[in-house]
Each structure stands twice: as C-alpha cells, then as structure tokens.
Design a protein around this ligand. Sequence first.
Ligand code: SF4
Length: 105
Amino acid sequence: MVATLIAMALTATATIMVFGLALILLEKYHEKRKMKQETHHNEAVWVNTRMEPFRKEQCMCLSCAKMKPGESDHCKHAAQFYKICCEANCALIMTRCREWEKRER
Ligand code: SF4
C-alpha cells in the first residue's frame, strides 16, 4: 500500500516536472522572437526586434545592382515587395533571389 502511494506520488511529481519543463521551453521559444509594438509611419505595428537590425544589413535587395528605385530599369520584384510593404506597413527581407547582382561601389 505504502509502495503504491510512493509510486503514485513519484509519477505525479514526474508528470508535473515534465509539464513544467514543457512550459519553460515554450516560453523560451516565444521569447526568442521578442515581439514588440512600435509606431511606424504613424501606425502601431508589431516588430520582431531580433530580426529588425538585420534587415538593412542583410536584405539582398539593398546590395543589389538591380535595385534602382525611380529608374526605368528598377527591379520589378523589388518594386512589388516595396508596394506590399507600403500597403501593409510591414518590412520584408529578401533572402533568396535568382537575379541578384552585386552592386559595385
Ligand atoms: S534582383 Fe532580386 S535581389 Fe536584386 S533587387 Fe531584384 S529582387 Fe532584390
């Protein structure tokens, strides 16, 4: 009888520990994204504060010779992405493109 109660108590403790660990891991998973509300273009938007600093540094379009806003041969894909960003007040990072061309400076 005592052995059964001890076994049940150990099982309950183990179950609680597993759920507790799962909750901690879930919290850390969401914490990695660090979403924060900010105002951009006079509107409140959610920002992934971990990714935002990389956007200007890593977006392929910003180092591409075909990125020529205002010119007739400006990249049509970049223009489409820019249109989406303006309409949705969002920011995108280009991480893959078959037409990327190194900008010479
Ligand atoms: S070619 Fe690709 S990387 Fe270059 S501006 Fe256009 S979409 Fe961006």
